[in-house]
Design a protein around this ligand. Structure first.
Ligand code: MLT
Length: 388
């Protein structure tokens, strides 16, 4: 596109709409189309689900999938960076247990940044990515009062295995848990440049605050119920429905709509058909837990809710979104407390947001980076006046 090409006409009606759809920049890691959903560096997400999270990290940072040698190298690189440079358990022990896990995650990221920031965007992004499995595992352990005898971080394992081994739960099918989390991470890493947490992270980074400050801020953005925390609300909603009987589910959905309450797990700001990330998770659920009660409920919801929602002409996308199935799968593999679900989203997004911040700070505008974010606001109800 030429510098003069008109991309978008801003009218009064666009003001105070949260920049929805207003072009502000470019993104090298991913794009989202209304029908095919997210693509990472050109690849439709559904073609990437069998790759490991480590390989997708390589893709997001290098814009190419790794060959076997590069795949081994990125694992070794992440292992070398994995050690957390301070006593995170001690910090976690000081936090209120009633605080939301997303707030804990944000505090953890910010604290690690105080212990050690290199100032090199990519180094800091990769270091943080390498430390996330342990941060997540330690957070669970301390919140759940299992903060003694935590197994050492075995960095010879994959990122997901490191989390699972830190968690060290009894009577859990570790392979199944690893499969669900690995798929979850790959699906949730990135979603274009304009989603709120990514935008927030990049905006903070544009002030040349640190990668860790930017990422802690991004996690705070993700923690809101209209953004990442929707996945927590979604499983809570499923548990509230409590039946997979289609007639009962339809009655429940209509009742919620009549009370003007949201139907969680449906609709999206950009997508206009079922989110392929939902389709992938449904397929995984059919394979590993077709008879799980919550999975049966979401299977029915997927049939019923779009039909009911489509009766309202104001709803532009009545289809299932990414949040519909992730909670049921995490619950099935033993991660039963929905208040943690957004932290997995956060864990995944650290990789995509990290890659996008590195691009914005070190690649764009011939390496000069995107300047300090400073959109324009018009004055409202502020006629000029003076103190008499
Ligand atoms: C998503 O993954 O669906 C998002 O981050 C929400 C969005 O794209 O705005």
């Amino acid at each position: 596109m030429s510098d003069e090409e008109v991309l978008f006409e801003v009218t009064n009606s666009h003001l105070n709409t949260g920049l929805r759809g207003v072009p502000v920049g470019t993104c090298r890691t991913s794009f989202v189309t209304p029908t095919e959903g997210v693509h990472y560096c050109g690849y439709p997400i559904k073609e990437l689900t069998n790759f490991s999270p480590e390989d997708i990290v390589y893709l997001l940072f290098n814009k190419e999938l790794p060959n076997p040698q590069q795949s081994m190298e990125i694992r070794a690189d992440l292992a070398r960076r994995a050690e957390i440079p301070g006593d995170l358990v001690a910090v976690f022990r000081t936090l209120p247990k009633y605080g939301h896990p997303m707030d804990w995650l944000s505090v953890a990221i910010h604290t690690i940044g105080m212990w050690e920031t290199t100032g090199d965007w990519k180094e800091d992004a990769m270091n943080l990515i390498a430390r996330m499995p342990r941060i997540m595992g330690l957070m669970y352990r301390v919140r759940e009062g299992r903060d003694e005898d935590i197994p050492a971080d075995d960095t010879s394992l994959s990122m997901v295995q490191r989390f699972v081994s830190t968690l060290d739960l009894d009577e859990i099918d570790n392979d199944k848990m690893e499969r669900v989390i690995a798929t979850y991470l790959v699906l949730h890493m990135d979603h274009g440049g304009g989603n709120l947490s990514t935008f927030t992270g990049k905006a903070i980074a544009s002030s040349k605050a640190t990668m860790y400050s930017a990422m802690a801020g991004a996690m705070n953005a993700l923690s809101g119920p209209l953004h990442g925390r929707a996945n927590q609300s979604c499983l809570e909603f499923v548990l509230k429905i409590g039946t997979s009987d289609p007639v009962e589910v339809e009655r429940f959905v209509r009742g919620e709509l009549a009370e003007k309450r949201p139907i969680f797990g449906f609709g999206h700001a950009v997508l206009r058909s079922e989110d392929p990330r939902a389709t992938v998770q449904f397929a995984l659920g059919e394979e590993i837990c077709p008879d799980d009660e919550n999975f049966k409920i979401i299977r029915t919801l997927r049939e019923v809710a779009p039909r009911v929602l489509a009766e309202n002409p104001n709803i532009s996308n009545p289809n299932a979104n990414v949040d519909i199935a992730s909670g049921a799968l995490l619950h099935h593999v033993g991660l039963e407390d929905p208040t943690y679900y957004t932290t997995f989203f956060g864990w995944a997004r650290v990789m995509g947001i990290g890659a996008q911040i590195v691009d914005e700070r070190t690649v764009f505008r011939g390496g000069k980076g995107t300047p300090l974010y400073r959109p324009k606001y018009y004055a409202e109800q502020q006629t000029l006046r003076h103190i008499k």
